[in-house]
Design a protein around this ligand. Sequence first.
Ligand SMILES: Nc1ncnc2c1ncn2[C@@H]1O[C@H](COP(=O)(O)OP(=O)(O)OP(=O)(O)O)[C@@H](O)[C@H]1O
Ligand SMILES: [Mg+2]
Length: 474
Amino acid sequence: MDTDHKPVDELEIFKKILNRTDEGVNVVDKNGVLIYVNRVSAEYCNSRPAEMVGRQIEDFYPNAVLLNVIRTKKAVLGEKIHFVGKKKYVCSSFPIEFGGKFYGAYSVFRDVQEIEDLNRRVRYLEMQVSLTKPEKDMDSVVNYGGTLNEVFNKAKRAVGSIGGPRHSIITGESGTGKTMLANLMYNYAKKIGVIAENAPFIEINCAQFTNPDIAAMEIFGSEEGAYTGSKKKQGLFEQAHGGILFLDEAHTLENYQNLLLKAIESGKIRRIGGGKDISINVIIIAASTRDLKDVLLPELYQRLAQYEMYLPSLRERSREEKELLFSHFVKKYEQAVMEAHNISYHVKFTPEAREMLLRAVYPRNVRQFRDVINYSIDSSSPLIEDIAGQNEIVNTVTAKDIPFDIAEIEIPDEIKTKKESQPKEEKITPAVEKLIDKMINEGKGPRKISNELKSMGYPIEYYKVAYYIKINKK
Ligand SMILES: Nc1ncnc2c1ncn2[C@@H]1O[C@H](COP(=O)(O)OP(=O)(O)OP(=O)(O)O)[C@@H](O)[C@H]1O
Ligand SMILES: [Mg+2]
């Protein structure tokens, strides 16, 4: 047994450990002079421990909680977020006392910027999902003046007629709602019990395959050794059994139209390289931006086209319908903000901005219309960090928030000059800056400042004051 170990310097061991932790550690004496700084803390200030030790903590952390702890000799547990420049951290600080004697204080802090960024990202993604969330049923889709009545009638018949469901075709330009309609048909089929509640909806984008052999194996499945290295695999057709198979961009089917026709005619498929027939029961919905009559084998077209639905482009829809779509997407945005941030958000548009959005040409139709509206609202909205604590916000989208390529539309002067309904400019002018500065010095917070400014006739929202303070008073 080795008994020859040297006496260990415990302090050195502790220092080593403290340098390895992910938390920042500062220790000060009772005068606020740093007597220990670990690696994380030094990195936080872009400095080195050796340069920091011996100096006042406020040289590096201007608002250090440790200064309070020295004064009050009481611990402060971290809940509040502190800033060093743009970095954010949560900090707990404790007094150091031995035998009733006060020596100083130490703090342990943790960076929360990363967590905040992550949270923000998650919330952003959630927002995007709810903004692009398709409508659940035919009743919640915008259908002004019954533009889509005929389409919906056929859609219902295709999946729900008494003689059993049929395959069908949806055509229309990109972004007119083909995928949406296929999903509505799926939901409708479930609602009326034609397919089970947990029935599959399998979507295949036929254009995604560059190699026809791989496409065939993906769709029809394969048995081991069908091609070199190929595995036993269930195809998408089989996966759709009992539900809906949505063949998007069906005009690119070319290479395997025959296999598809056979599957439809016989109700059976055979995996590539396999010898066994497998019975499949699926409702096929084929979608395309092209007229499928021109591109599919006539027999296949006939099999699919018993119900053919055409979705009109945005250009073919009335001004009133566009207005309804417009309000629909704005409301969706407001709801998404409510869900993500619990804020009741009211989006308004200046007459000019609204007119630009309604008159623009959208080659990618409803989807693009929706995306441009969302983008414009995004661009005019306050930052999340500037709205903390508020539960109601009114926001106005102006012409400058609209994306550049759309913004080139000519708007008649009478709409541009209809300024009376536009809100008063809520800019922080130099005069307002002076007022804000004065109120900050009086120890007032952004909310109080905003209220006082409003009572003085400057309608400046709380988050704008908070933003001004953040940018200018660091
Ligand atoms: N009548 C409508 N009411 C409400 N929203 C609609 C309507 N029509 C389309 N949309 C919206 O437009 C979006 C785009 O539609 P969709 O993705 O279904 O178009 P698509 O025809 O499948 O386009 P692509 O050919 O590019 O695949 C949908 O997610 C939906 O939110
Ligand atoms: Mg689609």
